[in-house]
Design a protein around this ligand. Sequence first.
Ligand SMILES: [Zn+2]
Length: 734
Amino acid sequence: MKKNNTLKTQKRILILSGILIFLFSLLIGRIAYIQFIDGNRLSKEAIEQQTRDRMINAKRGTIYDRNGKQLAVSADVETVNLSPATVREDGDPQKCADVLSQVLKMERETILEKINSNVSYVMVKRKVEKEQADAIREAGLTGVYMDADTKRYYPYNNIASHIIGFTGTDNQGLLGIEQKYDNILKGQYGRIVTARNADGTEMPYKYDRYYTPEDGSDITLTIDVSIQHFLEKHLDQALTDLQLANGAAGIIMDVKTGEILAMATKPDFDLNEPLLVTDPAEKQRIEAISDSTERGNATQEYLNKLWRNKAVVDSYEPGSTFKIITSAMALEENVVSLQDSFNCTGSYKVAKETIGCWKHAGHGVLNLTGALMNSCNPAFMQIGARIGQDTFYKYYKGFGFTEKTGIELYGETSGIFYPAGSFNEVELATASFGQGPVVTPLQMISAISAVANDGKLMKPHLLKNITDAGGTILQSFDPVEIRQVISPQTSQIMRGLMEAVVSEGTGNKAYLEGFRIGGKTGTSEKIPRGNSKYVASFAGIAPANDPQVAILLLLDEPPVGNHMGGTIASPLAAKILDDVLRYMDIEPELPDGEAVEGDAEVPSVSGMNLTEARQIISQSGLRCVVEGNGSVVNAQVPNPGVVIARNGTVIVYTGDARPSNSVQVPSVIEKSFEEAKSILEKAKFQFNPTGIENTTQNAVAQSQSITPGEYATIGSEITVEFSYQTATPPQTES
Ligand SMILES: [Zn+2]
């Protein structure tokens, strides 16, 4: 397509890419600034050295996922300090050096230097675990003191690393939510103030006054750590399998509320070790640099790239995924109807430019559905011309592509487009099929959600609420509707079109049996063109008839030859959505009868976490009932291997719940089929009817395999024998 662009367009794109590179370097500069010029810590240490006052870190607030799972927590640790004069005059410097160097694994010389220093107070080591601090206390060293401190832990390591962020040595947030909401999370420093006598001399340590620190507030995110895990698991796999040279990004959003359920960038990093260079090749390259300053710069450059949240910072050309947006504009403006037809001869002439379709032979005559399904560029150039420049721009802006979404993270970019009224006919034509607009993944998923969500553009957000240390909600964040972009009627048509693309068109590798998925793939050549660097993407919604989630996947620089969105992004979307929809308990819609036919073998789920167990039970065609409040399955009924009717129930026990042997079997004798089924299922027994032929109508239970009133393990199968009650009693001869 490159040869078809006007020189002017190429020049403009080059300028735009220059601006992009400039924006990235600004952001990198900012991260480096925060990392190295850490004013907070410097000023605190200055105060501590000049006076004997010591500041005590407050306990930093916890970051939770939407279900209360801890994503970032602070644990109590201690800071070991010593008063050199006290150790020298009243204590035992040699013993002090022995004990501290041994317990804290520090050089003995270093400790002695501190003991011999000429300050009133010196810090020996921060973030000392409780066991070590206890060992020092037990040694009873005069002049050595311990202050409370906290240390940050990230229980899920790499999961959601770009969103959560991490903290520096002094508990200050350096990335992600940790950085953006540092003020809320960090709380207030406490302080130990050295008491002085009336004549100004310092009083002994025990008279110090202690000002309690004030704990930070907790933050609950909209992220669901299970959905995040599904997204990351498949993105990680794609990164390796597809050999993506520049990583990948993905977002899953609640279509109706704008809540971000998952957002990931690959490769990622362990939040507990954010400064490690983990990539073996990069590690080797950096370690080979002899100059230490240059080595430091190379490390920082590597880390800055690794820490960049591609989903909100990177922008890309949406390519054919943008045809969804163009279609929505055209339908809303009534310039195109579903009956209109467009002719594709393999190329299309706009002004003096001839622009080709990907199918050189041409698509022939297509309606809008066909144009979208076949991703036909000439059809969309014609549609774009009908929309016109001003209207196109109005909707482009309306869908939120000209501004930042305001997501609660630093570094968001706003994308790039031609200024209103300043793009020519050719630029309008190419923009109509997704070449020219430069958008962020977050903008794109928000716009796709608006198309599916009855036309309402919701503000994407990551925060659910802020609570104080006692659990009281201080602030909660409700969904925010930015504007109505298209009508609910147009939205409904678009949902159908998006579903048609996935079930029959170029997106069909995203097709999932039983689930109704809508969406579109895209492949765009990166700017500057001609370097054979591509971005493959998928933008979609599910279920298409009643959208709950939107998904956006971006695969950056797949190897040429395997770089098409339809080939690599669609199947990936299908795998992720399969996990997500089952987890969300969205039932597959199977054709009538298919779901209830046949038998199913009960799978073994004991020992699994609940999410996994639910998924496996559902995949076996069975239903899952959960007993107890835990997250790990410790028992199940029926036992694995038992064959029961498809759609039957498997009870899983979590937490303290255990299968009970003392449930009384209810009577279903003389009950109808529906009544018997309902009674037994309510009592948590497996219902196994026999004697049923063509219909359950007029069937009456005659006997049951376990006598009513007996006790049986819940989940046990109870066979019920039915016979048909005739509507009128048989006539007897008289
Ligand atoms: Zn075509």
